[in-house]
Design a protein around this ligand. Structure first.
Ligand SMILES: C[S@@+](CC[C@H](N)C(=O)[O-])C[C@H]1O[C@@H](n2cnc3c(N)ncnc32)[C@H](O)[C@@H]1O
Length: 322
């Protein structure tokens, strides 16, 4: 049982299928990721670099403006894009409302120049040419500028596959309105018929609840995504050995997540004051350091049996019949 559960709920399956009793969690007992790799196989794929990226060496960050940078990347060279652009709210990363020690924030954070909508349209317009046919792009956005991202994506001819919400239980205190505690993550594909998506969980929901790390006392660029959030994008939408591009590298979260998962990366960052921090971050992990096959991450049958005894009994029955 795979997608049947979803479609029977939405009423699109035949009556014959629907007549089977629905047993919650049974599908989890039979679930297998679409594709999976052992550590050794992933390492082997990572070591095989099939092509060069014009003047760029893989696994490097270029300290240059990303629109100009992306123009120089070869056509169809990127498997996955993870982009967390500047917010366009005049953010300098030093505001007192963020309750942080400003002396630890590295200067030079670059906000979008000029109109945010134009800037967004221009950088997203670069994506389709450099994306491989089955490539995807995850773009992070606060709600205030989401329209610019969605318009830029549709003008570039990209298809929105999902609109994810990253919920973080931490937000700036408010007196007369709700506390913003989520981010939008738009999953775009170049080709709606042939994109790569590895279903590594039985029921991958579009709301991700991941805490923001406080990183007290550590030097940082003004904003940083949690590694777990970026790793999720990488796991679901790329294979070991693939090339992940981050046009707005910041603290290098995408580079670290990619390297530790046996993926290659390439990145752009306009603020060259981040050079030594980025180097330190990237060197803090070894290739494949966090790599684990997807199967190893799933709960074992014993764990599932303990949680869902009814589904386990049915699982045993069905297994016997096979
Ligand atoms: C929101 S931060 C990225 C944070 C990053 N995702 C992380 O986890 O550390 C955006 C970054 O984009 C950089 N930036 C802004 N405009 C840029 C441009 N046109 N080209 C390249 N980098 C740019 C900023 O200096 C900033 O470091």
């Amino acid at each position: 049982m795979t997608d049947d559960t979803d479609s029977s709920r939405s009423g699109t399956k035949s009556k014959k299928r629907r007549s089977k009793p629905y047993i919650p969690h049974l599908a989890e007992f039979f679930f297998e990721p679409t594709e999976d790799w052992s550590y050794d196989k992933a390492k082997q794929l990572y070591s095989k670099i099939a092509y060069s990226l014009n003047d760029y060496e893989l696994d490097t960050v270029q300290y240059t403006e990303c629109i100009a940078g992306m123009k120089t990347l070869p056509k169809s060279s990127i498997d996955l894009i993870v982009a967390d652009p500047p917010f366009g709210i005049g953010f300098d990363g030093k505001s007192g409302v963020y309750n942080r020690d400003e002396t630890l924030v590295i200067p030079g954070y670059r906000e979008a120049q000029g109109s945010y909508a134009e800037f967004t349209k221009d950088w997203i317009a670069q994506l389709p040419r450099i994306m491989k046919k089955d490539a995807s792009a995850y773009i992070f956005s606060g709600w205030t500028n989401l329209d610019a991202i969605l318009n830029g994506a549709s003008e570039a001819g990209l298809t929105t596959l999902n609109h994810l919400i990253w919920h973080y239980p931490f937000g700036v205190y408010t007196k007369r309105k709700f506390v913003t505690s989520h981010y939008h993550v738009v999953l775009l594909v170049k080709n709606a018929k042939s994109y790569y998506f590895n279903k590594i969980e039985n029921y991958p929901e579009d709301v991700w609840i991941v805490k923001r790390k406080y990183r007290a006392g550590k030097e940082k660029n003004s904003t940083k995504l949690p590694l777990e959030v970026v790793s999720k994008c990488i796991d679901f939408s790329s294979r070991p050995g693939d090339v992940v591009l981050d046009p707005f590298m910041g603290n290098g979260t995408t580079a670290v997540a990619a390297k530790a998962a046996f993926r290659h990366f390439i990145g752009f960052e306009i603020n060259n004051q981040l050079k030594s921090l980025l180097k330190k971050e990237i060197n803090s992990v070894t290739p494949g350091q966090f790599f684990k096959s997807y199967k190893e991450r799933l709960p074992t049958i014993e764990e599932l049996a303990e949680k869902y005894p009814r589904a386990y009994r049915e699982y045993l029955k069905q297994k016997e019949l096979k």
